[in-house]
Design a protein around this ligand. Sequence first.
Ligand SMILES: *[C@@H]1O[C@H](CO)[C@@H](O)[C@H](O)[C@H]1NC(C)=O
Ligand SMILES: *[C@@H]1O[C@H](CO)[C@@H](O)[C@H](O)[C@H]1NC(C)=O
Ligand SMILES: *[C@@H]1O[C@H](CO)[C@@H](O)[C@H](O)[C@H]1NC(C)=O
Ligand SMILES: *[C@@H]1O[C@H](CO)[C@@H](O)[C@H](O)[C@H]1NC(C)=O
Ligand SMILES: *[C@@H]1O[C@H](CO)[C@@H](O)[C@H](O)[C@H]1NC(C)=O
Ligand SMILES: *[C@@H]1O[C@H](CO)[C@@H](O)[C@H](O)[C@H]1NC(C)=O
Ligand SMILES: *[C@@H]1O[C@H](CO)[C@@H](O)[C@H](O)[C@H]1NC(C)=O
Ligand SMILES: *[C@@H]1O[C@H](CO)[C@@H](O)[C@H](O)[C@H]1NC(C)=O
Length: 907
Amino acid sequence: MMWLPAPWIWGILLLGTGSLCQEVIDQCDPSPCQNGGRCKSLVGSYRCHCLTQSHDGILHGGVNCDVRLVGCEGHECGTHGSCSPFLLDGTHGYTCSCTAGYTGPLCQTPTTFSFERRGYLLHQSPQVDADVSWNITLSFMTVLPRALLFQRNNGGLLLSLKLQGGRLRLTLRREAPAGADVESSSSQVLELPHNVTDGEWHSVEAVLEKWMLSLKRLDAGSCGSQSCHRVASVQSNLAREVVPPQNTFIGGVLQESNGPDEHYPVPAFIGCMRDVFVDSQLVVPEEWLSNSAVNVSPGCSHRDHCLDVPCQHGGQCVNLWQSYHCQCPRPYEGHDCEKEHVTARFGNEDSHSYAAFTVADDMGHNLSISLFLRTRKTSGLLLVLANSSSQYLHMWLEDGKVTVQVNNFESVKAESALDDGEVHFVSVEVAEDHMTLYVSAQKQGDVDVRTVTVHAGDTVHVGGLVDRRTTAGFGGYFKGCIQDLRMNDNRLQFFGLDTSVRTYPLKLIGNVTAGCSGDNICSRNPCLHGGMCYSVWDDFTCNCPPSTAGRRCEEVRWCELSPCPTGSECMTLNQGYECYANATFLNNSTVLSYRGNGLISRNLTNISLNLRTRKHNAAILHAEKASAFITLSVQDGFLSIELQSFSLDDSVAERTQAVSTVSLSSRRRVSDGEWHSVQLFMAAPWMHTSQWTLVLDEEIEEASTSRSRGGNIDFLRDGVDIFLGGLDPDAGWSLAGCLGTVELGGIALPYFSSSDVNLPRLQEEQFIRTSPRPPLLGCSGASVCEPNPCLNGGDCRDHFNTYNCSCADGWTSRHCDVFANVCASSPCVHGNCSVSGVSYKCTCEFGYTGVDCEREVDRCENHLCAHGGTCLHGPDRYACLCPENYTGTFCNERIEEIPWYIAVRKV
Ligand SMILES: *[C@@H]1O[C@H](CO)[C@@H](O)[C@H](O)[C@H]1NC(C)=O
Ligand SMILES: *[C@@H]1O[C@H](CO)[C@@H](O)[C@H](O)[C@H]1NC(C)=O
Ligand SMILES: *[C@@H]1O[C@H](CO)[C@@H](O)[C@H](O)[C@H]1NC(C)=O
Ligand SMILES: *[C@@H]1O[C@H](CO)[C@@H](O)[C@H](O)[C@H]1NC(C)=O
Ligand SMILES: *[C@@H]1O[C@H](CO)[C@@H](O)[C@H](O)[C@H]1NC(C)=O
Ligand SMILES: *[C@@H]1O[C@H](CO)[C@@H](O)[C@H](O)[C@H]1NC(C)=O
Ligand SMILES: *[C@@H]1O[C@H](CO)[C@@H](O)[C@H](O)[C@H]1NC(C)=O
Ligand SMILES: *[C@@H]1O[C@H](CO)[C@@H](O)[C@H](O)[C@H]1NC(C)=O
């Protein structure tokens, strides 16, 4: 690079040759220096400063920089040095300037070394005069933010350079003599503000000279300003003469050299150093295994062990230069987070489990309890802290939520339930007088509390107490799993991980097992109806067979299994199913009889049925027990109910059992051969007695209500024969007609016996048919339409033992055998009627058409208006409305002269 002098330098030089110093002769004008050399004028002489660098690598020397320097030809500075040639007394030679980390005349000696665990170098300075003049420079590379770089100890005066929080910190202190007041020790500190623990090389110089303390970073480039240099004059109480010898520890100290009042001993340096100078003397350990070099090795071999990803289970790796450290997430522990705390299973197969630990040290007022929790139970005692006189902290599950109470008073309950069988991390923090509860790091609530103090010797109960009753007061014994339980940083291990992890001593343990396998609920097969049981942790699911549903396959969709005989309808009940059908009762049919199965417990307060008959007098349903009876019948064509029952009469103050009678009839006849629905019910079924209501054919809204009040028909529940289709087998009055399935209080009187249906009936409350002969199913009277009684193409309609003929046109009478005069009804609207065979014929008036001459003839149909002319309906003809430029009757004449002529003419 060319050296160009700054203009102001020339300015001073010009001034020098000016009028002030006339006698000075400038020896540099003109400059005798060649090859870019800089001339310096001396009295009567000059000196050339030759360039030390040049573009082409050719340097010059000699008095006038005119001799080419050849000393570096064939130099031996090697790869770690650069050669500088010189010319001295006419002889060419060279020197080697070494790159950082190397020394020696030919830069072949490395000065770099690395420190391993608790390594150090001890440098003993030769005994010199007592004048304190210390100078230590060194370069270092590390990633650890806290370490000792060097320490020089001399007769009570201690100079040390440390890394603290990644920063350089130089401390000068005078140790108090042994036994003296600690106060008499004093110190002075210089600190540089930068973080230098970034794994790069940094150089630093620490000097104590003439009672001035100085700390300076020597890093080129990054460190030019004052921020890299601190100077202070030493406090007078430190500035006292010291005596040799001077020992300098580099990187660490011998353990016993650590001063007695070193409260926070700084760990030894781990990393690399190079170019370490103590009082300008380069420190290169000759003997790497000598006493003065412990755990120090030549070179700087560093590998970031974290690149190997040594920490398992998501542990955070910290590079420790020669090694690494894993910060393990819970519940993992160990050097590489390879160990997992053993989960403790409580309440396996519903046993009662508990454990207890002894607190080993006082905890002060701040307490933290944390654990992993897994359960499906909504309640259970988790943890109790107790001293000899009382239990002062309880932690339990309530509604699936963690609840903590201290001093049997202040408590906090979690917001979210965790009884879902998943693992949850729960922690409670008691700090001074405030308690906070967290689940999975989410705050659940907090409360102000009175101080909680945990002392050594207190007991931690987990999962329950030995005493069953106290445990029951907090939801009983816990069932589930607990893992990695900690109080502050102390582990409470149910099953030892290994000796490296310290735990509070286990006092007692009962029915707690290692691991977290759930109960084998499927071994008891909770699934019904052949469902397949699958275990999930502490729970099960059922894979239900077709037509079943519910958590345990307890719901059967019976009707999907087609249990009913053909011709009947299946109805699913809450429990089981029933087959509904219509039955035909003939004059000579046996009366059906029924009895309750003895398990009917509901109150019978209504009857419903569908009926079809032509008989004017017939019994439908009848039963009697002592003086109570019920009769449903058709009397003179009307539906009639007679009910006499016992009941506790609400209206009578002394509530005696009374006999009440209810009579009701329909307002319309039912003996018309049509289907009628009948609903009969107590108006107030919750009462002992009430009016009864009869609703005939719901859609017609015909209802009649009894005047008197009657009790319910519970006497039909058991021990009484209920007859259907007649009073009793011999009393006559038998029904001729059809009945749908009758229901008493919603329970059917089934037409099918248990041998008629394909699956057992499971409903508890049943009426059983006691008469042996099955009824005639379906609803069929005599086959009145077969053969067809309607003549001349008439349609026969079956009206249950009677029929109607719907006759073809022209025919009339019951059997369509009378021919009617088809023209009597004047079917022709605008024409004359004439009989034609069995039908008629219309002769239309002019202008009308259609079979009955009901339609006017459309005159515009097939009109002849040309060129888009519009057809207009006239009274007896039509006319054409012509478009522009056309005229004529049918718009077929073109208008040439009169453009806007429109013609409307009669055709
Ligand atoms: C210092 O810097 C390094 C590298 O940037 C960083 O990893 C480390 O955390 C820093 N240390 C401190 C104490 O700031
Ligand atoms: C300290 O020593 C180094 C290395 O010998 C030297 O370069 C430096 O100039 C010295 N500093 C002082 C202030 O004496
Ligand atoms: C284990 O649980 C069973 C069942 O609850 C109980 O009877 C037994 O006493 C318990 N064992 C211990 C050591 O507590
Ligand atoms: C206790 O916790 C409080 C709040 O977190 C804190 O300010 C205090 O320093 C802690 N005390 C101790 C002894 O750790
Ligand atoms: C009984 O007859 C009625 C009227 O015809 C009909 O709607 C109903 O489906 C029949 N019931 C059964 C079970 O066949
Ligand atoms: C009842 O009468 C019908 C027709 O009148 C007849 O077909 C049937 O066999 C009779 N049944 C009995 C049991 O007498
Ligand atoms: C049945 O009726 C009686 C009164 O007769 C009443 O006290 C009772 O509560 C009723 N039971 C039900 C289930 O409705
Ligand atoms: C009618 O005739 C006139 C004259 O020839 C012509 O200009 C006009 O476009 C015609 N109009 C139509 C609708 O054709």
